[in-house]
Design a binder for this molecule. Structure first.
Ligand code: GLC
Length: 420
């Protein structure tokens, strides 16, 4: 039988962070057409670079960003430090002048971000591209590519040594030159020599959801996809699944993209990640000069209100092998031993005919697979006690009540405990 790797302490810590804010912001944000605008609108590099001259970052307030992240329930924040256009938001310390300190912004924006993260107790993660249009890494000669790798390693070296302890490094772009020698060993060894406990991610991309990459990586990515339960048997190392998603269909701000998620969708996406023990990294694309976009802010603060009511279930709890019906599922918090029944499709009873909540019902919900002596159940949001019946060794019925009129929290969570 193949053995299954055990999680390291940093994996457990990462899993308990559960919900991360992804932020894509850079020169491209000034055009409001996504972070790939240079490529898709075929803007020559010399024209694109002119965006540096107008990059003031005057609305970038790192503290406001981390305060927002905190209120909205995010425990980590993964910010672009350099994206495919090659422009760095951090001080490249002489590697080149294509960075924020050499723009009208005149500041090391990543230094500000990390400081603000520390103040709000949000764990900073760095997104860093590996694909770089300013080096033409997709097409350049192998020789030029090897030189680029030296530059990449030196760049990441700065991020590893100048900003204190970093929660994780999130790489993206190896998929753009699949057969190239990306010297991953070298990059990851360098990182570990400075940041031994950091989480290292390298996005396997949309075409390879959940693919296990280099043996040193800590995460498997599900870009815009649904994570599946992970079978880790035979893997060299424990990996944490992480699903990343956009709020509309762009990472960098798409000012004309109205295809937004609602708070209800974000809540169900978050719970569907937790159902399989995955983290959820949800993206916003700030405005031209760094302001937080209004819709995303309002939407995610709503989700934050929901999280506040159900915290005990969201961050630390994990899949426990119990089976429920439909979209429902049960988690267990390994630190407290409590169980959480996650209930979907509950009605607003007095108003069914008006809201027409399709398929919503209250009443008995059956689940099985828990032998612990459960005695008490209550909704986390209201504290209302619920009837819980045992029907055999491991079969249970929770009598779910609907929302009181005037309320609908999309997903409701009941804590199940032995009554202690
Ligand atoms: C894709 C895109 C990139 C984005 C990333 C986030 O790889 O190329 O623009 O940053 O997904 O997951």
């Amino acid at each position: 039988m193949k053995s299954t790797p055990e999680p390291l302490p940093q994996h457990l810590a990462f899993e308990s962070m559960a919900y991360g804010l992804f932020v894509h912001w850079g020169l491209y944000s000034q055009l409001g057409k996504g972070e790939w605008v240079k490529k898709w609108h075929q803007i020559p590099m010399e024209d694109y670079r002119k965006l540096v001259e107008t990059f003031t970052a005057e609305d970038f307030d790192a503290r406001e960003l981390t305060r927002f992240a905190k209120r909205a329930g995010f425990r980590y924040l993964c910010h672009t430090t350099r994206h495919h256009d090659g422009f760095s938001l951090y001080d490249t310390r002489g590697l080149n002048t294509y960075d924020a300190p050499h723009s009208p912004a005149g500041r090391d924006l990543i230094a500000e971000l990390v400081e603000a993260c520390r103040e709000e107790d949000i764990v900073p993660f760095f997104y860093h591209t590996t694909l770089d249009w300013s080096w033409d890494t997709e097409n350049c000669s192998d020789e030029a590519f090897a030189e680029y790798i030296d530059y990449l390693v030196a760049s990441v070296g700065i991020l590893c040594t100048q900003y204190g302890e970093i929660g994780g490094f999130w790489f993206d772009g190896n998929w753009s030159r699949k057969d190239a020698d990306w010297q991953e060993d070298r990059l990851y060894e360098m990182i570990r020599s400075h940041q031994p406990n950091t989480i290292i991610v390298n996005n396997s991309s949309i075409g390879a959801l959940g693919a296990v990459g280099h043996p040193d990586l800590d995460v498997v990515t599900f870009e815009q996809g649904r994570p599946e339960p992970l079978d880790r048997s035979g893997l060299p190392k424990y990996v944490v699944p992480e699903m990343c998603q956009t709020m509309n269909l762009h990472w960098g701000i798409g000012a004309n993209d109205f295809h937004y998620k609602s708070p209800a969708e974000v809540i169900t996406d978050l719970t569907s990640c937790r159902k399989v023990g995955a983290n959820y990294l949800l993206n916003i694309g700030p405005e031209a000069q760094g302001g937080i976009p209004a819709y995303e802010k309002a939407c995610l603060e709503r989700v934050g209100e929901w999280i506040e009511d159900v915290e005990a279930a969201v961050y630390e709890s994990k899949p426990c092998g119990a089976q429920a019906e439909g979209q429902d599922f049960v988690l267990r918090n390994p630190n407290t031993g409590r169980y959480y029944y996650v209930a979907h499709n509950l009605p607003i009873p007095q108003n069914n005919h008006v809201t027409g909540a399709m398929g919503a019902s209250e009443g008995p919900r059956m689940f099985r697979g828990i032998t612990a002596p459960l005695r008490r159940a209550h909704w986390l949001d209201s504290g209302e006690e619920l009837k819980l019946e045992r029907e055999g060794d491991d079969i249970w019925t929770l009598h779910a009540t609907g929302y009181p009129y005037g309320t609908n929290r999309v997903v409701r969570i009941a804590e199940l405990s032995d009554g202690e």
